[in-house]
Design a protein around this ligand. Structure first.
Ligand code: ADP
Ligand code: ZN
Ligand code: ZN
Length: 735
């Protein structure tokens, strides 16, 4: 081969054809590889910069049949530059990308670029080389081999003194022993505080110490929902692994990081410098050539499903990725998703037995599970937001120096302002939603499009000065609690203090940490918050948790609403009595209060018994009877347009095309008629959706794959010119 020269003369140098995955809206069809030329053959996985129109894009060289013959087509453009300081992305990473692209009906290029740190997009080969320096410029093969050997030697060398690790409990030991015996996937069903994180760390440790024959350092991927990726968790992992595997051994990856930070973590993972990647859903696509184990904590959390662009499920991809490359995968939760629960029903009792279910019922060092008290709101004074017995219970806690947490799922002061004279409501002019009244800054705000206005002094329709807030948000609850607890004193004689944590109070950077500190230090006695505070935080002195208006979720049209509510309430209950020694010292008993109009509802009855299995069994039976996931597989096609009619027209045309095109498996999939979305209008755009359902996942997949070009074709028709966008959502998480 000729030497790799920067500007080859077209006559002398043989030309190789390269297939490159790039991400452009124009080439977003499935497949979507573009062909370029280069003077040498480029290994698949190499990052390149290529021209497209008058732009230059980052792309990944993709696997293609041997294309070593001279290229006849003079139209093909050469690759501009090769980011050759970087080892190519390996075949396993490319397989993951190819699978995700196929499964979620996106182009290879889009998924590939989703998996790369954004900072790489604008980097030249020289800049990247500088980032990788000073340790290594472009290394010769020999130098690289030596370096690798050294890395192996390091890993194999007697480990320095281990950080003190806690002796595992009997339950933890039992679970770990099973994980030694079985390939997985595992569903670790363990109560909050049962020591799941300790189990993860034990498994990660084992993976990092494992010997391999590739010479590449072994690695672990630990995924958590965005809200759980706290500095404390990162510290916990770093404290465990840095002493043994080096100060750079644990890195994180999440959306709160700057692009340079993300690039740094990504490079560390790609080169093997990082051994543990702790990240949110985006981390599932990280390049981890030494990957041995994947943990998906809080696997039920809806935030694992990406809600824009490529709508992938990081949890499901984690399971696929682990299987495809022989890594172990552990899904952990106190309230598993019904999908995972079902998958872990043992085969010998008629279940699919795809996952091995492992149970850790006991909470370590925590008080007993809180007693659940259901308040029948039909028996309480009408219009009372806080029932008298709940207020009495909170008062008692505060007087004893304990803390209470009050949950509500709507921020703002009131969901809507209302004129009793003419029925005017503070509707958002751009959405099919009300503008929420925020009393603090006297604004009306749309939580969907962000449209904000000053509160009018009088009804804009009829001039009535008496416009009223309707319904309750967190802001109002805070105010009302302050009023109700006005004369309540803490043991130190100070008046009770009420605080609030929600998306409004935590908008500023660092605000959340500061407010959490106030709770920890005991400055706040009663904390009002949205589900943000129900998750993850370890409040030592909280012994009472109250859900004030949970019923709304039961009227939702989404069949997953009860599952979400149950899970939220279980999690919230887990906030009470986290610290058993505190509870014992106080001689207290943790409680979870639920105010409801329907105390007999199975969600609340199962909650009262802390009986997730019973809840799951009932829900799964209902879903099976109704033919819903996980007993059926779904996809949504969504269309957005200026008018609802135009949006639905597109969906109808798409549906007709599927029939006319006689697509494969047409008889195995059911195409529902288009309907407006529950949130029909957002930011002046009308939204419609069409549900596609099948009992066989593969039939649905093949159908969608064959349909994809038709959807593009329909979209190109002149009568659908006004369409704003369309998309396919495979395994949608909300309907
Ligand atoms: P989970 O992830 O299930 O919520 P954690 O792993 O965070 O539970 O454990 C809860 C608490 O118990 C933590 O403070 C942890 O340090 C502690 N813990 C976990 N395992 C043990 C153990 N074997 N011995 C003593 N403390 C433990
Ligand atoms: Zn009016
Ligand atoms: Zn709006």
């Amino acid at each position: 081969l000729p030497p790799d020269s920067a500007s080859p003369s077209p006559d002398s140098a043989p030309v190789f054809r390269v297939q490159v995955a790039v991400h452009t809206p124009v080439h977003s069809g499935v497949g979507g590889l573009l062909t370029y030329t280069h003077t040498t053959a480029l290994p698949p996985g190499t990052l390149v910069r290529v021209p497209l129109g008058n732009r230059e894009l980052l792309g990944v060289v993709w696997d293609s049949p041997a294309d070593a013959e001279p290229v006849p087509n003079a139209q093909l453009k050469p690759v501009r530059s090769v980011l050759d300081g970087l080892p190519p992305l390996d075949a396993r990473w490319r397989r993951l990308v190819a699978f995700a692209a196929q499964y979620y009906q996106r182009s290879l290029g889009e998924i590939a670029l989703t998996g790369l740190p954004p900072a790489l997009k604008d980097m030249t080969a020289e800049q990247l080389a500088r980032r990788l320096a000073p340790k290594s410029k472009k290394l010769s093969k020999k130098a690289q081999a030596a370096l690798d050997a050294q890395a192996v030697a390091d890993a194999a060398a007697p480990a320095p003194a281990l950080p003190p690790t806690i002796a595992l409990s009997a339950e933890q030991q039992g679970v770990c022993a099973q994980m030694d015996q079985h390939p997985g996937p595992f569903l670790l069903y363990g109560a909050t505080g049962s020591g799941k994180t300790e189990v993860y760390m034990q498994r990660v440790q084992q993976a990092l110490l494992a010997a391999t024959d590739t010479g590449f350092p072994t690695q672990a991927l630990v995924m958590v929902p965005e809200i759980n990726l706290t500095p404390q968790l990162l510290e916990r992992f770093t404290a465990r692994f840095a002493p043994q595997f080096g100060p750079q051994a644990v890195v994180s990856m999440h959306s709160g990081m700057t692009n340079p930070q993300r690039l740094k973590s990504w490079l560390a993972a790609h080169t093997g410098q990082a051994r543990v990647l702790l990240g949110t859903r985006m981390a599932v696509f990280a390049s981890l050539p030494g990957l041995q184990v994947i943990v998906v904590d809080e696997e039920h959390d809806p935030s694992y499903k990406q809600q824009e662009g490529a709508r992938y499920s990081a949890r499901d991809l984690a399971v696929w990725r682990a299987r495809s490359q022989g890594a172990q995968v552990i899904l952990g939760s106190a309230t598993p998703s019904l999908e995972s629960w079902h998958a872990s029903e043992p085969a010998d009792s008629g279940g699919p037995g795809r996952y091995l279910r492992l149970h850790m019922p006991s909470r370590i060092g925590a008080a007993e599970l809180p007693r659940v008290r259901l308040v029948d709101m039909r028996q309480q004074p009408r219009k009372a937001v806080f029932s008298p017995p709940l207020i009495a219970a909170i008062t008692e806690r505060v007087q004893r120096g304990e803390q209470a947490l009050v949950l509500l799922n709507r921020r703002g002061f009131a969901p809507v302002l209302f004129c009793a004279d003419c029925n005017w409501k503070s509707d958002c002019p751009h959405c099919s939603a009300h503008q929420v009244f925020h009393k603090g800054d006297r604004t009306l705000r749309c939580h969907h499009c962000g449209f904000t206005q000053r509160v009018p002094h009088a009804c804009p329709e009829c001039g009535n000065p008496d416009i009223l807030p309707l319904g309750k948000g967190t802001e109002q609850l805070e105010e009302e609690l302050e009023r109700l607890l006005r004369n309540v004193q803490r043991p130190d004689g100070n008046p009770a203090r009420v605080g609030r944590i929600d998306a409004d109070t935590t908008r500023l950077k660092g605000a959340l940490e500061q407010q959490l500190d106030q709770v920890h230090s005991g400055e706040i006695d009663v904390l009002v918050g949205t589900q943000m505070v129900a998750k993850g935080h370890d409040f030592r002195r909280i012994t009472l948790v109250a859900a004030v208006q949970p019923d709304g979720a039961l009227f939702s049209s989404d069949f997953r609403a009860p599952e979400r509510l149950f899970c939220l309430l279980m999690q919230a209950a887990g906030r009470a009595g986290r610290d058993g020694s505190y509870v014992a010292a106080q001689d207290s008993r943790p409680e979870m209060w639920v105010q409801t109009q329907d105390p007999e509802h199975m969600v609340f009855q199962a909650l009262r018994q802390h009986d997730y299995p019973r809840f799951a069994q009932r829900q799964l039976r209902e879903r099976e009877d109704a033919g819903m996931p996980p007993f059926a597989f779904q996809a949504l096609v969504r269309a957005d347009a200026r008018t609802q009619e135009a949006a639905q027209d597109f969906l109808r045309a798409a549906s007709d095309a599927a029939r006319q095109g006689e697509l494969p498996h047409l008889d195995d999939v059911f195409l529902y008629p288009p309907i407006p979305m529950a949130m029909q209008r957002v930011a002046d755009v009308e939204r419609a959706q069409m549900l596609i359902e099948a009992t066989d996942r593969r039939a649905l997949q093949r159908f969608l794959h064959a349909w994809q070009p038709w959807l593009h074709w329909v979209r190109g028709q002149p009568q659908h010119k006004s369409l704003v966008r369309w998309l396919v959502d495979v395994d949608p998480q909300s309907l």
